[in-house]
Design a protein around this ligand. Structure first.
Ligand code: 6CS
Ligand code: FE
Length: 298
């Protein structure tokens, strides 16, 4: 039987049989300087580059407390066996723990900090809810890469996120250097939607969170985006943060240095862009990856 959902317009089709570049149809900044802590110049830079660095978002003391708490989660055997914990593909070390805003009272408090959620509301022009949160540990010597991808392509295809009206914040719990797997973003790439080839495998998340294959652009597409935009590497001391648009082409290298590169990663989605049925998967991913509770952050 054909339902209304079947007639849903998909302006960002992906996971078909051929890769193609489509234009972004959504604004990047959904309000203005009067609506939050980012000034007009900051909004202009975010609109152009697709990301914004925030120096010293949290203090050294807050970093220490967060790191102690989150590293503590790694030694919780029960949690280690939980589906929210993702193990590195080539070692037994913890790669990520999802739903840290539920597991950690400190992260829950940080998310509600006006300097964090206020920026997200301003960029998205509405109330926001947490679509996903995780801590990425990227341990020294063993932290593997996060290959190039657009988060939105995955959230659209597998979580049912309709439009590009979500923003991520990556908060550094360790110093980020060029050599320990810092976040890399192609500035301006958020204006191009790379519709990827290849259907979504059943239960894709069981492998994609360890090493993403489906939903990643071809070498030709990446070389083309690089030729247009270059690559910015987001280095800086622990306590700093980066907010970036859902459709930025980004990734991070593996970490063969002795120094971990750990970050808290929180995704805010507009309450007016709540996830529906996936656009290119048979069923939505579990709620610890794509939230189904759209309660605004207060
Ligand atoms: O699949 C996801 O939702 C996650 N994967 C990556 C590599 N970035 C976004 C998100 O955390
Ligand atoms: Fe990502």
């Amino acid at each position: 039987m054909t339902t209304a959902a079947d007639y849903r317009a998909d302006v960002y089709p992906t996971r078909s049989d051929a890769e193609e570049w489509l234009p972004r149809l959504d604004p990047v900044v959904w309000s203005d300087a009067s609506a939050g802590p980012i000034d007009a110049d900051g909004l202009k830079r975010f609109d152009a580059a697709g990301y914004l660095a925030i120096d010293e978002l949290i203090t050294a003391e807050q970093v220490r407390a967060l790191r102690d708490e989150l590293v503590g989660l790694c030694s919780d055997e029960r949690l280690r066996a939980d589906e929210r914990t993702v193990i590195e593909p080539t070692s037994e070390q913890v790669r990520s723990i999802f739903e840290v805003h539920v597991l950690s009272p400190l992260v829950a408090e940080l998310i509600r900090d006006e300097r964090v959620v206020g920026r997200a509301r301003q960029l998205l022009g509405s109330d926001v809810y947490v679509h996903q949160s995780r801590v990425n540990f990227k341990p020294g010597f063993a932290g593997k890469e996060f290959y190039w991808h657009s988060d939105f392509e995955t959230w659209h295809a597998e979580d049912g996120m309709p439009r590009m009206r979500a923003v991520s914040i990556s908060i550094s719990l360790t110093d980020n250097y060029t050599y320990n797997g810092a976040l890399m973003i192609m500035p301006g790439s958020h204006q191009t939607y790379v519709s990827c080839a290849g259907a979504t495998p059943e239960d894709n998340y069981k492998t994609s969170l360890r090493q993403q294959e489906i939903g990643t652009p071809s070498h030709e597409a990446l070389a083309g985006l690089y030729a247009q935009h270059g690559i910015d590497t987001l280095v800086g001391p622990a306590g700093g943060a980066t907010m970036f648009d859902s459709n930025c082409m980004h990734g991070s290298n593996g970490n063969i240095s002795p120094l971990a590169r750990s970050n808290i990663f929180v995704v805010f989605n507009s309450v007016d862009n709540a996830c529906q049925q996936p656009y290119a998967a048979r069923q939505p991913r579990p709620s610890f990856i794509g939230a189904r509770d759209f309660t605004p952050v207060r």
